[in-house]
Design a protein around this ligand. Structure first.
Ligand code: ADP
Ligand code: MG
Length: 476
């Protein structure tokens, strides 16, 4: 009989299937792919993520060992290949080295994971100047697409602008398209979806997705290696450039400068630029004015927190894709309790499925409550701007109206500035929205307040004490 990775794995699977719940089998084993079998008896399996690998190691390593030993004998060895999250190679999955730990291999030896490339992204970031038709891997993740980016009031503008751009890259007035919004609200997903869609519509176009962080690293590297021009040239031949989390360029003058040149070149040549940021342009600090003004040339579209209906459909869609069923009541419970971050919502669903399949328990409302508690406890609860104003006014023994009033009396102005400072520090609200809520001021006033508080707390001992006292009261 011809023994292949697939046949060995199939036999392991039928053994495993007989020993665990159908739910657990579906969740943890169906997504695995057998990739390679060596003569020495090492079977490589591909798992979707690092989380997945850790989960298998923690909960199913014995079962894996028994099943594999039955197939391959005492020398059997298991090698995990992790398909990297958020990156995508057109031909081969990227791999990652797993740190060796005692428990991490079936045969208690090091998990030996082949490293295909030290730096899986942009294997060859620099092309020889003058050569145009090099193939650049897009670094897009096809599982982030428009079909599974569910529409709701919270994202309608951004989503449809994204689709317009995908239909006519460089040919709409949405250039650049800046998608901004809080953590976990879908910026990265949407940015990939646009890129993926462009690749479908225009296979000949060069699309590149890059995080601002990676871009910065590459730039620094290019300066060290003295090939800054090649770096710029590489980016200038791209048709659709997607830069994720551009707020990370803040304070990095060199990178901003080089990005400015690349941006201008692309824009002048009718190429599409797509940017994401966790802040609106007015709230980005330490980004050069000339760059900020360019971000505003096109369209800035905000992703808001999804409303209840959208949260429910996101959950249902995720369950559907994972082939998991969950009672309506629990879906609504989750949607009601995790509101501000879709990533957390997904995380809660994954743990719920994991807990239930591992403990062989049904998904119950109690289990859901326990998991949500865990999430809420672990994520710092955000204080509200109202609460901050209340605490600050109490501390200075004035009422909130006084704190918000137009008076220029020094101690009141200081109290107001402190409230603004803490609102900036402890909430995710924008400068503009803090200003509106604290006595209808504009964003420049809030920015000024933050700077004043910073200055005074380093020069004025009494003032520093205010800041410390209030900081303690507010974060208790
Ligand atoms: P951000 O980059 O804004 O921090 P991500 O794009 O990483 O957020 O999104 C977090 C998670 O939420 C991802 O798994 C993404 O697929 C999911 N998500 C966000 N928005 C939606 C949506 N509208 N429909 C379905 N899933 C979404
Ligand atoms: Mg992101």
């Amino acid at each position: 009989m011809n023994v292949t990775a697939q046949s060995v794995w199939d036999n392991c699977l039928s053994f495993i299937e007989d020993n665990i719940t159908p739910q657990a089998y579906k969740t943890w084993f169906e997504p695995i792919k057998a990739v390679k079998l060596t003569e020495g008896g090492a079977l490589s399996i591909q798992v979707p993520s690092k989380f997945f690998y850790e989960w298998l190691e923690e909960h199913y390593v014995k079962l894996l060992k028994v099943s594999l030993t039955r197939e391959l004998g005492e020398n059997a060895k298991l090698v995990y290949v992790i398909k990297m999250e958020n990156t995508y190679g057109n031909k081969k999955p990227f791999t990652e080295k797993i740190p060796s730990a005692n428990r991490s291999a079936v045969n208690s030896q090091e998990v030996d994971v082949p490293i295909k490339s030290k730096n899986p992204e942009l294997k060859n970031p620099f092309v020889i100047p003058g050569i145009r038709n090099v193939k650049i891997e897009s670094q897009l993740n096809p599982s982030y697409n428009f079909e599974n980016f569910l529409e709701g009031d919270s994202n309608r503008l951004a989503r449809s602008a994204g689709m317009a751009v995908a239909n006519k890259p460089g040919g709409t007035s949405f250039n650049p398209l800046l998608i901004f919004g809080g953590v976990g609200l879908g910026k990265t997903h949407l940015a990939h979806a646009i890129g993926v869609n462009i690749k479908d519509n225009y296979p000949e176009k060069t699309v590149l997705y890059i995080s601002a962080e990676k871009f910065t690293q590459q730039y620094i590297e290019s300066v060290k290696k003295n090939n800054r021009n090649d770096f710029i040239h590489f980016y200038q031949i791209i048709d659709v450039l997607i830069v994720d989390d551009i707020q990370l360029l803040s304070g990095k003058a060199g990178t901003q400068d080089v990005f400015f040149h690349i941006f201008n070149h692309l824009h002048q040549n009718g190429k599409q630029v797509i940017l994401t940021s966790d802040k609106a342009p007015v709230d980005m600090q330490d980004i050069e004015q000339r760059l900020l003004s360019r971000f505003k040339w096109g369209l800035s579209a905000e992703l808001h927190q999804p409303d209840f209906e959208t949260r429910v459909s996101i959950i249902k869609n995720k369950l559907y894709r994972d082939g998991v069923e969950m009672p309506e009541q629990i879906v609504e419970f989750l949607a009601n309790n995790i509101k501000t971050n879709i990533r957390e919502l997904e995380g809660a669903i994954i743990s719920l499925i994991a807990h239930s399949s591992f403990n062989k328990k049904d998904i119950t409302i109690d289990l859901a409550k326990a998991i949500v508690d865990n999430y809420v406890k672990n994520t710092k609860r955000e204080v509200s701007i109202d609460y901050i104003q209340k605490v600050v006014s109490d501390y200075f023994q004035m009422d909130v109206e006084t704190l918000q009033s137009k008076t220029r009396k020094r101690h009141i102005v200081q109290a107001r500035q402190l409230a603004m400072f803490f609102a900036k520090k402890l909430t995710k609200a924008s400068l503009a929205s803090i200003g509106t809520q604290i006595g209808k001021r504009d964003h420049a006033t809030v920015l000024h307040a933050c700077k004043t508080v910073d200055n005074l707390s380093s020069t004025d001992k009494q003032f520093r004490k205010y800041v410390e006292d209030l900081g303690k009261k507010l974060t208790l």
